[in-house]
Design a protein around this ligand. Sequence first.
Ligand code: PEP
Ligand code: MG
Length: 320
Amino acid sequence: HKQKLQKFKKLPAQTLDNQQIQLMANVGSLSDFTHLSEVGADGVGLFRTEFMLMNVSTMPTEDVQYGLYCDAVQLLNGKTLTIRTLDIGADKELPCLSLPSEDNPALGVRGTRYFLQHPHLLKTQLKAVLRAANHGSIRLMFPMINQVEELDQLFNLISECQQELDNEERGFGELSYGIVVETPAAVMNLASMLPRLQFVSIGTNDLTQYAMAADRTNPRLTKLFPSLSPAILTLIKMTLDESKKHNIPVSVCGELASNPNVAPILIGMGIAELSVNVNSLLELKAALSKHDLSTYQRWGVEALKLQRIEALNHYVSHCS
Ligand code: PEP
Ligand code: MG
């Protein structure tokens, strides 16, 4: 089986009737980038930048971050890099930031919320990314966004950063901006947010957690609330419908996209791009190449009709 997959290394991700699919990779460290050409990824759809905070005692400076993003851009050789700003708190604890303890950390000051309370830390990252955008194609996305007021604050900070870089006579480039759609509120508020954005990416791990009110780290809930459910498919459909009105492409970067039985359904529903674990990438190329796009579209329509988790999971187990 592994040998059979090898032939997909050099092939683009496409359906049997040659419809191209953007198949990007999720990465967590610079060493992950070195494996991307081995599997023929179309770029990086999610760079979890908080990895760089795992084993350090202080926040990396702007220059250190700039160097890291430039290295990443270079390793991608012209392909798109999607950087997610630092996503901390909840299940992601970091020694260099002493986060106050909270009764409900998953519902607490996490992700972008933390950095809007500590804007100088976010500005360091924003300036590093803006400078790196001078050297390659970079998209920037923000985790844990609920509503447009947060975007107002973010874009004000971005303007401040651009102004400062201008004053410091340091060059910076153009970025595309997006959010990780990972709360039900974000889905419901897309109409007000999409006019400010160039793309959105659905984070199904947290979207499932918040839609189901089920802690993603609690093993006692995994059977009751699996990653694929009628609720999550409905939220994905709502995101697609609203984004279509604004002509904004939707990708999926949560674990759901790495499931070879589910990925064809997501493509059939109209998802433009998947971002998946590097070690699932070849298997996904193989899965997506088996049928025509029209078959996946039919599967998408059928899957959305199923109202029970068990029926849905049974249905997708036959979709390959
Ligand atoms: C998600 O929530 O689906 C996601 C992609 O981000 P993370 O798993 O890093 O929270
Ligand atoms: Mg998340």
